[in-house]
Design a protein around this ligand. Structure first.
Ligand SMILES: Cc1ncc(COP(=O)(O)O)c(C=O)c1O
Length: 363
């Protein structure tokens, strides 16, 4: 099956085979070596040149675990976090801090709208109790790229901490973590890194990790300083999904061989191919080109065609597309181009898509 959903993604045979690594105990040096390799490769891939300033924490858990660990670990006693929310994943961050009463009025925007930078600056001035700002890099809900660099500048100027959810962004769209001095970035193995879901990670500025050691521990499983303490000794606080770590390690080797900028270009070309054909078929994208990421395009459903029918016909042909969420559920469908997809796979999908939308059967 060819997956055109934003994770899980199709992986290479090499990554799949890595799952068959030997059974090992996570308290043995073999696991310590595997963990350190993964951590080093993450730094090399995403903070090249700034490896000395950042550390990578690896968790067993999906992307949400990494985001929640970053969010809950980042706020000291008596301080708050504000969330820039323009989609399902921004809303999810707000829902993480709600039960801990860490939030202040979030900057809530329409889906598909980027934050107004003046408003962000003003909100920070009005709320000195805000210690950290959280935002999603690539809002998977719509396929929108948020202005991380610009927001990072404002957050930095006002001496606050910036936490970024780049679960669907890292290795798909550019993110200058070092240049923008971003404090924390959460990511996953199971999307543009082309590994399996179930392992995730947080890239953290080392100085901030030291500061977080003095912050309240709001979760037993998702406390970053606890992971840091153990991982620096080659250990991990909880039983890891060892086989997924093998595959993640292989996926990172593959990523470094391809090169992050090359992968981003490959995804950009794939998205361009999809967009060209969809335009030729008269489909209307949800977002204007300047807001679109390299890896997801959202389209309004063609007239008279329901998502279910479109999805089911394409699935019969071997292709899985993705539905809209929430308020967009009945209006759009999404096509992702993450994963080990060849040009041949994409051409096959586009040919099937054309057949399906032009056939009377879907109407
Ligand atoms: C931007 C973003 N953040 C967080 C998540 C949550 O990741 P997971 O489903 O792996 O927990 C997703 C999943 O699609 C996402 O796209």
């Amino acid at each position: 099956m060819i997956l055109l959903n934003p994770g899980p993604v199709n992986v290479s045979e090499r990554v799949r085979k890595a799952l068959q690594g030997p059974d090992i105990c996570h308290r043995e040096p073999e696991f310590a070596d595997l963990l350190q390799r993964i951590r080093q490769k993450l730094l090399k891939a995403f903070v090249a040149g700034g490896e000395a300033d950042y550390t990578a924490i690896v968790l067993t858990g999906t992307g949400t675990a990494a985001v929640e660990a970053a969010v809950l670990s980042s706020v000291p006693h008596g301080k708050r976090m504000t969330v820039i929310n323009n989609g399902v994943y921004g809303a999810r961050i707000a829902s993480m801090i709600g039960p801990h009463r860490l939030g202040v009025a979030e900057l809530k925007l329409d889906w598909g709208t980027r934050p107004n930078l003046d408003q962000v600056g003003l909100a920070l001035k009005q709320h000195p109790e805000v210690h950290a700002v959280a935002m999603v890099h690539h809002e998977t809900t719509t396929g929108l790229i948020n202005p991380v660099k610009e927001v990072a500048e404002i957050v930095d100027r006002q001496n606050r901490v910036f936490v970024v959810d780049s679960v669907s962004g890292l290795a798909g769209d550019p993110l200058d973590i070092c240049g923008s001095k971003i404090y924390m970035v959460a990511g996953t193995a199971g999307k543009c890194v082309q590994g399996f879901p179930g392992v995730s990670f947080v890239l953290v500025r080392k100085g901030f990790m030291e500061r977080m050691k003095g912050y309240p521990k709001r979760s037993c499983y998702l406390n970053l300083p606890s992971y840091y303490e153990d991982q620096e000794k080659g250990s991990i606080p909880f039983t890891p999904a060892v086989q997924l770590y093998y595959a993640f390690d292989e996926a990172l080797t593959e990523l470094l061989e391809e090169g992050v900028p090359n992968r981003i270009q490959r995804y950009r070309r794939a998205a361009a191919m999809i967009r060209q054909q969809m335009q030729a078929l008269g489909l209307k994208p949800l977002l204007p080109p300047e807001l679109q990421s390299n890896t997801i395009t959202s389209y309004y459903l063609p007239g008279g065609v329901t998502y279910q029918v479109l999805h089911d016909h394409l699935k019969e042909e071997g292709y899985v597309i993705y539905a809209g969420q929430g308020q967009l559920e009945d209006k759009i469908f999404r096509v992702a181009n993450m994963g080990a997809l060849s040009e041949h796979d994409l051409q096959g999908f586009l040919a099937a898509f054309k057949r399906v939308v032009e056939s009377a059967a879907v109407r």
